[in-house]
Design a protein around this ligand. Structure first.
Ligand code: HEM
Length: 124
């Protein structure tokens, strides 16, 4: 049987490692730094958002996690995220997946899913 996306991402520990490195990449990305660097001063909020992101990815990829955060429109409301920012985020995600030696098909699957979320996250 084909493995779930969840197991191809390394299950809970794999996803946690990906989330940590994606957020770190966002902080170091000139396009995204202004949005994410302020969270260095707010570690409790950062940890809560990261935990939600892990659950979101776990639940969405076939894992046992339950996502209890806000929906994508509500989570990004008032940010007016631009297309350039969205693409920069995808770039960080794909680079991090490659760094974690996630296989090509799995990277493509994540990219496809990320694109389907674009209209809910951008411009809200
Ligand atoms: C594939 C793209 C994305 C996904 C799947 C995603 C997912 C999420 C999730 C699940 C949360 C947590 C919601 C909660 O705690 O209730 C979140 C929070 C957040 N996202 Fe995104 N996001 C994406 C793209 C972006 C982009 C492009 C930006 C900025 C340019 C962004 C900025 C933020 C910020 C600043 C928060 C924290 C909000 C807060 O706690 O007040 N996200 N995101």
């Amino acid at each position: 049987m084909e493995q779930t996306l969840y197991s191809r991402l390394g299950g809970q520990p794999g996803i946690k490692g990906l989330v940590d490195d994606i957020i770190e990449a966002h902080m170091n990305n000139p396009t995204l730094g202004p949005r994410f660097l302020p969270y260095r001063e707010k570690p409790a909020e950062l940890d809560a958002a990261k935990a939600h992101l892990c659950d979101f990815l776990g639940a969405g990829s076939g894992g046992p996690e339950e996502y209890t955060g806000r929906d994508m429109v509500a989570a990004h409301r008032g940010m007016n995220i631009s297309a350039a920012e969205y693409m920069a985020a995808l770039d960080d995600i794909m680079t991090t997946l490659a760094d974690h030696e996630i296989d090509d098909q799995t990277c493509k699957d994540v990219l496809m899913i990320s694109f389907t979320l674009k209209s809910e996250i951008m411009g809200q």
